[in-house]
Design a protein around this ligand. Structure first.
Ligand SMILES: Cc1ncc(COP(=O)(O)O)c(C=O)c1O
Length: 398
């Protein structure tokens, strides 16, 4: 592995995948060793339109020729941010009309937590067990993964955990609760879908006690589940929607959206309730605008369901016990953690990019670009099945 990468760039794990990237296009990443890799991960759901979508590149280049950073968020009128937030409002329910643009998903989560506390005057925030909302202190404090949080205490206070999908926990939500924050589909936990109108029931309970429902759509948002936003499947509208990842097709971004009345609380008592230098950056906002225009004027989102079906048909194997998730956010569950590891690492050798999930070690992540073709899906699934067949042979001859 490139020693400068290991020596100079701070690391997140002792064993990074370490592919040295040359360039990327559509559904493929090309490495400096001359190999191409079919991308079934899309930068962990961030490249919904694939790599270097021409409309996004065009919008970025156009904006680069006009201006980049000119002022901190919220002072000057910068057309890309205005046009993007206006277009987003057009595609969201009326109550989600104002968007605060920030730099990452985790910052958007922190902003949503602050807004909920400011709006309700309450401090308790309820999150789900095995949630993942990011790594800044606010978002990290929502986690209940002891090994990951223990060295960083003290965390942000007054966080309570409930079991996702368990209705008996709903009476934990009371008049002391500022907000309940949930991933619409739990990601790191293993692509867990809400069942039995769970989200609707949580929203009802929140309404009863005056708490806010925050939905984290950072991963399911922007078409990944076959609708523009995941919550559209579940007859629920959150009070605060948190988005990011695929929103700018591969540039760093996050945002939280709420009603104008709610959002106004961040500019009053205190004013400057949340501020950021680069949030709403014009180049990134131009990429967001182009991404949303492509998604809402093409058949890409409509095509997601058919592609999901194809994955499910092609990934039938005795070592796969089930395939969790929705749309192009799919997690085949292997019989063991070892098989899941073997699959991810062998796939890398055979030119297919797969990845792990944060908590569910038997799962393998499949979150390809939404633009992936049926031929590419067949190619990648063929590699997966070959690896699993070989694994079968390996273990039966042992
Ligand atoms: C559901 C969810 N929330 C929040 C985040 C944090 O986003 P970011 O890494 O942009 O801070 C992620 C990132 O993986 C995520 O999947």
């Amino acid at each position: 592995m490139n020693s400068d990468f290991l020596n100079y760039q701070a690391q997140t794990t002792p064993h990074p995948l370490g592919m040295e990237v040359s360039h990327a296009e559509g559904s493929f990443i090309f490495t400096k060793d001359g190999n191409r890799h079919l991308d079934f991960v899309a930068g962990v759901s961030a490249c919904g339109l694939g790599h270097r979508h021409p409309k996004v590149i065009e919008a970025i280049k156009k904006q680069l020729d006009k201006y980049m950073h000119v002022m901190v968020y919220g002072e000057y009128i910068q057309t890309p941010a205005v046009e993007f937030t206006k277009l987003l409002a057009k595609h969201l329910p009326e109550s989600l009309s104002q968007t605060y643009l920030v730099n990452s998903g985790t910052e958007a989560i922190d902003g949503a937590m602050k807004l909920a506390r400011r709006a309700t005057g309450r401090s308790q925030i309820i999150a789900a067990r095995n949630c993942y909302h990011g790594n800044s202190y606010g978002a990290l404090s929502l986690m209940d993964y002891e090994e990951r949080i223990a060295p960083f205490r003290p965390l942000v206070g007054d966080i309570t955990h409930i079991q996702f999908n368990q209705e008996t926990c709903l009476d934990v939500i009371t008049k002391n609760t500022a907000a309940v924050i949930l991933e619409t589909i739990q990601g790191g936990a293993g692509f867990i879908m809400p069942t039995h109108n769970y989200l609707k029931k949580v929203k009802q309970r929140c309404d009863e006690v005056g708490a806010l429902l925050i939905l984290d759509e950072i991963q399911p948002g922007f078409g990944r589940t076959g609708k523009l936003f995941g919550f559209e499947h579940f007859e629920v509208v959150p009070d605060i929607l948190v988005i990011g990842k695929a929103m700018a097709s591969g540039l760093p971004v996050g945002a939280f959206t709420a009603s104008k009345a709610l959002m106004s609380l961040l500019s009053d008592k205190p004013k400057l309730g949340h501020i950021t230098t680069f949030g709403g950056n014009p180049v990134i906002a131009a990429a967001c605008q182009a991404t949303l225009e492509v998604l809402t004027t093409s058949k890409i989102i409509e095509g997601v369901e058919k592609k999901e079906k194809l994955f499910r048909e092609l990934l039938q194997h005795e070592l796969i016990s089930e395939i969790r998730g929705k749309g192009l956010m799919l997690a085949p569950m292997l019989q063991s953690e070892d098989i899941a590891n073997h699959l991810v690492l062998q796939a890398k050798e055979k030119g297919l990019i797969l990845f792990w999930l944060l908590y569910e070690k038997k799962a393998v992540r499949i979150s390809p670009p939404l633009t992936i073709s049926e031929e590419e899906i067949a190619l990648g699934c063929g590699i997966i099945i070959d690896i699993l067949n070989d694994y079968d042979k390996l273990t039966t001859t042992e």
